[in-house]
Write a protein that binds this ligand. Structure first.
Ligand code: NAD
Length: 342
């Protein structure tokens, strides 16, 4: 069996490649190596940029440099594939404000092309969406404890209204991509799903303030740098360890129930920014300096996934935040030389 992983050199994509390799599949990573998320991390060095490419190449993944906006090339490279896992994206809300055209062409046109490839090859496909599509009206129904925003009921299902609240180009592009996935299911019978991922974290995540907050806090804490929080720090997510996220695509292939699914850690993995910073400090045995700034427009203060639908095709997050974050910190510690913090 062979899987084509778009965005294979990205954070989540690299974990998907790893997971399918371990299951004995042939794996092709299809990535433009654009790496928008490194734009403002302060450690976008060549070593960081190439890290996942070299990591996967050494493991035997077929490496293809290609742009999902090029349909012809994508069609050519999907020949002989049995499954497409689509993780390539412009994933950051901040970058979507600054460059809405880039966000649209990557997330909408790119996803459309991926669906075309799946239709022509008659293979299943999973589109990686985001809890961003719900919008931030959830902010209006929250209470707060000393360290976290809270809500009753804790978990939010897929029936929650989408695109409510203040909407950014990223919300629009991710939602449009989901509409196309639904269209390809309904019109062309493609076995297609959209996975609405919560915040993901793990090894090989070069997180910055734009995207990947757990890794951003972990990296800066390891280097003893101050941590910047936009808002109160009580923002909460049901964070998901990347390997558990990667497994969800495997579960779907084994049990292809087309649909739209929340993919997150659910109640047991709920953690706020402040709680995560304290946990990292505890693991490292140090207290970090925290700088507070005003909340960013469009920020979602809270999301915890109801994952009962995804459980039906076999999804089951296993890794608890402390265990996963300890592994992330170990990886950062072992790879200090590739972070050139400015
Ligand atoms: N990381 C998270 O916490 C999180 C949360 C929710 C959803 N997601 C979604 O998961 C997916 C992967 O996110 P990530 O954190 O791994 O991001 P990432 O930026 O690490 O990976 C994306 C990869 O896509 C590649 N790419 C970008 N444009 C491309 C193009 N035109 N053609 C081919 N490749 C291209 C990039 O080079 C990069 O390697 C995205 O769809 C994102 O929206 C991520």
């Amino acid at each position: 069996m062979k899987v084509l992983v778009t965005g294979g050199c990205g954070f989540l994509g690299s974990h998907v490649c790893d997971f399918f390799l371990e299951k004995g599949w042939e794996v092709q990573s299809y990535d433009s190596m654009t790496k928008y998320e490194l734009k403002r991390t302060g450690y976008g060095t060549d070593a960081t940029r190439e890290y996942n490419w070299n990591y996967l190449k050494n493991k035997g993944v077929e490496m293809v440099k290609g742009d999902i906006r090029n349909l012809e090339h994508l069609l050519d490279r999907s020949t002989n594939c049995d499954y497409i896992v689509h993780t390539a994206a412009q994933p950051a809300m901040t970058i979507s404000w600054e460059d809405p055209e880039l966000d649209f062409s990557t997330n909408v046109l790119g996803t459309f092309n991926v669906l075309e490839a799946a239709r022509k090859r008659k293979i299943p496909v999973v589109n990686t969406s985001s809890i961003h599509v719900y919008g931030n009206s959830i902010n209006d129904s929250l209470k707060e404890s000393e360290t976290s925003y809270t809500r009753e009921p804790i978990e939010i299902p897929e029936t929650q209204a989408t695109m409510i609240g203040k909407i950014s180009p990223l919300h629009a592009s991710k939602m449009s991509a989901e509409h196309y996935v639904q269209t390809y299911r309904d019109m062309y019978d493609v076995k297609a799903a959209s996975f609405r991922f919560t915040g993901i974290y793990g090894e090989r995540q070069f997180g910055g303030e734009d995207h990947g907050w757990v890794a951003n806090f972990a990296i800066r804490s390891v280097f003893g740098l101050p941590l910047r929080i936009f808002g109160t720090g009580k923002q909460a997510r049901d964070i998901l360890y990347a390997r558990d996220g990667a497994e969800s695509y495997f579960n779907f292939f084994q049990n292809q129930i087309p649909g739209t699914y929340n993919i997150g850690g659910a109640t047991g993995n709920k953690i706020s920014l402040l709680e995560c910073i304290y946990m990292i400090g505890e693991i490292l045995g140090k207290k970090q300096e925290i700088l507070f700034e005003t909340e960013r427009p469009g920020d979602m203060r809270y999301f915890v996934c109801d994952i009962n639908l995804a459980r039906k095709f076999g999804f089951n997050p296993k890794t608890k935040p402390k265990e996963g974050v300890t592994k992330l910190i170990k990886w950062i510690d072992e790879n200090k030389s590739i972070f050139e913090i400015k």
